[in-house]
Write a protein that binds this ligand. Structure first.
Ligand SMILES: [Zn+2]
Ligand SMILES: [Zn+2]
Length: 409
């Protein structure tokens, strides 16, 4: 979903207001300090202690409104947890096929988190993945930004899986955002902001927040919360719908670290994200595009061509279904696809590295109580009452593939 900025950004508006004279040098010093600390912290190799990274600001709670002024002094991070350890257990990332949108489940040992939840009508797909991974309660929910294709059904997920903490920066005036916020309040979730420089503890994993900066622009996509996970020495970047100057900032931070193992491609493969320089700086080995039928032209052929030119092996939820990547304690990584193991774009000459792929065989499709067809999760012909069913069962019961969303046959 696009969201154009109009007039001055919030940052510009803030700058336009005269600050007390004493605050200006303080503000500039703080910005310079944070940037240098971040760049220094990302230049290390696996095993670099994290204690050198300051938290960006005092963490506001229970409000989704960004703070208007920078905090006083950056504080050193309280913990020195290694960023390259998964605590000895396996870590699973599932990019759920939510049609056009994002929904990513993370399981690290007994810890469970969700990054976004797809558009309306996808709570069944998310819930199906959570139960498949044995998750009955969420520890953390991250709302990268409040666009409908990321939060459409999160209210019902929140009611059912009662996250303890939710990270959400930007606000929106939409009904789905209001529903999400009241659901979070009703289950007693602590609502916090996530800013560049913070470290979020995902069980034994540490997620480094690379964006947005303390000063946010007025473009919801550009201000997506961006997380860098380091799982046993492999870097995974989750970008939301990142674009523009914030993408450039994330790229320059990643350029100082090791190549990415996996990039969640920003904004469903939009032409206006994932630029050439960003790919040169992040150097991903694999990419996942979370996308479904849409009228925006996602994923853009130009973005696919750039990924191909950079030798990135790329998968998409539209083509491959739900994509599950499991990092086992032994260091092996396995990939699983519910629909297909075929890459969207194979990198030239690459054997696929250490990824192993397999097909799910019998993917989940969706039917309705009265319809005669079965559908993909995001199909517009699915009513609210959609019912998840295995493909083999749907076919055995005489359901036909929908001609609009073209589910597997
Ligand atoms: Zn989106
Ligand atoms: Zn968006």
């Amino acid at each position: 979903m696009s969201h154009s900025s109009q007039g001055l950004t919030r940052y510009e508006q803030r700058l336009a207001k005269p600050l007390p004279v004493l605050w200006r040098p303080l503000r500039d010093l703080l910005v310079a300090f944070l940037l240098s600390a971040l760049l220094a912290s990302c230049g290390g190799t696996a095993g670099t202690p994290s204690a050198a990274l300051p938290t960006a600001k005092a963490k506001p709670t229970h409000s989704a409104k960004p703070a208007k002024t920078p905090s006083t002094k950056p504080k050193p991070a309280k913990t020195a947890a290694p960023t390259n350890a998964s605590g000895g257990g396996s870590v699973t990332l599932a990019f759920v096929d939510v049609g056009q949108g994002d929904g990513i489940v993370i399981k690290a040992g007994s810890w469970a988190g969700l990054i976004d939840g797809g558009s309306a009508g996808n709570d069944t797909a998310i819930a199906g993945e959570l139960s498949a991974l044995g998750i009955s309660r969420l520890d953390t929910l991250v709302v990268t930004h409040p666009h409908e294709d990321h939060i459409g059904d999160l209210a019902s997920i929140v009611q059912r899986y009662r996250p303890r903490v939710a990270y959400s920066d930007a606000t929106a005036s939409t009904a789905c955002y209001r529903n999400l916020m009241s659901a979070l309040h009703s289950v007693g979730a602590k609502i916090s902001h996530a800013y560049r420089g913070q470290r979020l503890h995902f069980g034994a994993l540490v997620a480094q927040v690379l964006s947005p900066d303390t000063y946010m622009a007025s473009d919801l996509n550009a201000d997506s919360i961006v997380l860098l996970l380091r799982i046993d020495g492999r870097e995974v970047l989750l970008t939301g719908d990142l674009s523009g100057p914030n993408e450039a900032a994330v790229g320059s931070i990643c350029a100082r670290g090791p190549p990415l193992y996996l990039l969640k491609v920003a904004h469903h493969g939009s032409a206006y994200s994932t630029g050439d320089s960003f790919l040169s700086e992040t150097r991903p080995q694999y990419a996942v595009i979370s996308v479904g039928p849409n009228s925006y032209g996602h994923p853009s052929p130009a973005t696919l061509a750039r990924l191909h030119a950079h030798g990135v092996r790329t998968y998409s939820t539209q083509r491959d279904g739900t994509i599950t990547v499991t990092f086992s304690a032994s260091g092996a990584v396995s990939w699983h696809f519910t629909r297909s193991a075929k890459p969207v774009q194979a990198s030239g000459g690459s054997s696929g590295g250490d990824a192993t792929t397999s097909t799910g065989g019998d993917p989940i499709v969706y039917i309705t109580a009265t319809g005669e067809c079965y559908h993909r999760a995001g199909c517009r012909y699915l009513s609210k009452s959609k019912i998840a069913i295995h493909l083999s069962k749907a076919k055995a019961e005489g359901y036909r593939p929908c001609s609009v969303c073209k589910p597997p046959t």
